[in-house]
Design a protein around this ligand. Structure first.
Ligand SMILES: C[S@@+](CC[C@H](N)C(=O)[O-])C[C@H]1O[C@@H](n2cnc3c(N)ncnc32)[C@H](O)[C@@H]1O
Length: 213
């Protein structure tokens, strides 16, 4: 599996992975990633974190923003309580189709609905409260995904945002990279938002957990 350059000391991510629960068998076909670009997959540490959150939260509805091959959607689906479901947003129809295939093969077609189109449109169509939101799509839209979902969180709801430390480049205040700039603005806005409490975890590429206060 292609991995991102770690933001921690060399060897730490591999050590952490080796001392964390392995990916469940249902994710086996996805770790290799049949679309190339395996670096887009959130990876075993984030998958394990999401599953632990789900076991604790016992959500009814999970929103996965950025499906790709279905790795994060399936990671969360395997941990869901009976009757709960995941809505996963993907703008690329080909990726959505690959994800649907994986999800069906793993036996989770009833629990995971992959919606094709801009995630903001899909979010606007959802009426139920959101118990867990995983934000992992286009970085310039992170603040829009956050603004659209924070008010919709259930009482114990959480938002988890992936890649918020962006290979460590996030600390470069002079970066002209549009993703770095978008994520820096997003991180600043969340840290200053009195409507939420957040913690930025140095897990893999950075994961920020946010709850509404
Ligand atoms: C980093 S990948 C998601 C990886 C996935 N969460 C995982 O853990 O394997 C981001 C995905 O978001 C999709 N995407 C980008 N912009 C989007 C948008 N506006 N609405 C929905 N999906 C979008 C991309 O096509 C891509 O497949």
């Amino acid at each position: 599996m292609f991995t991102l350059p770690p933001i921690t000391l060399p060897g730490i991510d591999a050590y952490a992975e080796a001392h964390s629960a392995p990916d469940p068998a249902q994710l086996a076909g996805l770790a290799g990633n049949d679309l190339g670009m395996g670096h887009l997959i959130s990876g075993p540490l984030v998958s394990g974190l999401l599953r632990l959150i789900i076991h604790t939260l016992q959500p009814k509805l999970v929103l996965d923003i950025g499906t790709f091959t279905g790795y994060s959607a399936l990671s969360m689906a395997v941990a869901l309580p009976e009757g709960a479901r995941v809505i996963s947003c993907e703008i690329d129809p080909e990726r959505a189709e690959v994800a649907r295939k994986h999800i069906a093969e793993a036996g989770y077609a009833d629990a995971v609905s992959v919606r094709v189109g801009p995630a903001l449109k899909t979010i606007a169509e959802i009426e139920e409260p959101l118990d867990l939101v995983f934000i992992d799509a286009d970085k310039p839209n992170y603040h829009h995904y956050y603004s659209a979902t924070l008010p919709r969180l259930s009482a114990r709801g959480l938002i988890a945002c992936d890649n918020t430390l962006w290979r460590g480049e996030i600390i470069d205040a002079n970066s002209t990279d549009p993703d770095v700039r978008a994520l820096r603005n997003f991180n600043d806005a969340v840290a200053a938002d009195p409507r939420c409490e957040s913690v930025m975890l140095t897990v893999r590429d950075g994961v920020t957990l946010i709850r509404r206060v």
